[in-house]
Design a protein around this ligand. Structure first.
Ligand code: AVI
Length: 317
């Protein structure tokens, strides 16, 4: 079969080629999330080993009223990477007279469906979805005078940013949310075995999620990666306080990315994701550096996960 023309201008094609031509080889985890990757991620969230989703949900369930009190009445709520707008419902259920809710997500189709569901279930709520990349500067109308703008960023998605990206994101958020604050869900440093198990589940769903990156390339870019020639490899690196996920080549192999022939040695890896874990002190220091003032933090009994309130002073600190 003739190879498909290489879609050189497509961002995924550009990133994949760059990933395989740099050393060490690495790619952004954002490419995991096509429809299949999102479906696999939803399955991960249900796995017995993957504690973050249900732990955060339990914290939100137990403390949403206190969180709503800290946010205060009449606030404008902005959710970064809103997806299905599922967890935010726990907050919305307790918020007093929210001025509006702005879910922000890169996937316009997903966002419109989620917004329609919210309008149905919260008839009095002004839902203003914004299809945008929330890691870039967001163009939002200034809040009305006297309205506090508050951000919601659950799921420890901040952990998938490099420390530099996390700081840049928080700096932008502190500016956007001036006079309000940010409710941030963060996975905490803990027993390495527990962390290891969460990214090496027995059913192999995380492995399928990792390998889906190459499967996606085969579907969308016409590459011919042999998925059986790569192993999922995830481990906790305590010095960097992060899980690293890699795809490790089981043999010496050649792959073609358009006009470029790439040689992969046996044992060579493509670093596909880092998932940083924070200590409360480390998170506090990062937030201060970004211009926030850390407030109350809500944790589960095991202290595995935290939802942290970060106040954004009206004038920069
Ligand atoms: C989305 N993100 C916070 C997940 C995490 O835990 O870093 C993605 C994930 N990767 C493997 N399992 C889950």
């Amino acid at each position: 079969m003739a190879a498909r023309p290489w879609p050189a201008d497509e961002p995924f094609a550009r990133d994949l080629l760059a990933a395989f031509t740099r050393r060490p080889r690495s790619i952004s985890p954002k490419w995991f999330y096509d429809a299949e990757g999102s479906r696999l991620f939803d399955r991960i969230c249900e796995l017995p080993e993957y504690y973050p989703t249900r732990t955060e949900r339990a914290i939100l369930q137990a403390h949403a009223r206190e969180m709503a009190d800290v946010i205060g009445p009449g606030a404008e709520l902005v959710e970064f990477g809103a997806g299905s707008c599922d967890k935010v419902r726990l907050i919305l259920d307790e918020l007093r007279e929210p001025r509006c809710f702005r879910p922000v997500d890169i996937s316009a189709a997903h966002l419109q469906a989620a917004a329609a569901g919210l309008r149905r279930d919260y008839p009095g709520l002004d839902v203003q979805p914004l299809a945008a990349d929330y890691t870039q500067r967001l163009l939002l109308p200034a809040p009305e005078p006297g309205v506090r703008r508050v951000g919601f960023f659950p799921g420890s998605t901040i952990g998938n940013f490099t420390p530099e990206e996390a700081l840049a994101f928080l700096r932008g958020a502190a500016e956007l949310l001036r006079g309000g604050g940010l409710l941030l869900g963060v996975d905490l440093v803990k027993d390495p075995q527990r962390l290891h198990a969460a990214y090496n589940d027995r059913q192999g769903v995380t492995a399928a999620f990792n390998l889906n990156l190459l499967a996606r390339a085969n579907r969308e870019l016409g590459t011919r990666f042999d998925l059986s020639a790569f192993d999922h490899y995830a481990f906790y690196e305590p010095r960097l306080q992060r899980i690293e996920m890699h795809l490790v080549s089981r043999c010496r192999q050649d792959v073609r990315l358009g006009g470029t022939a790439v040689e992969i040695e046996e044992g060579e890896t493509l670093h596909t994701e880092s998932s940083h874990k924070y200590t409360l002190d480390g998170l506090g220091a990062l937030a201060l550096q970004a211009g926030f003032r850390p407030g109350p933090a809500w944790l589960d009994e095991e202290r595995w996960f935290c939802v942290q309130w970060l106040a954004a002073p009206a004038a920069a600190l």
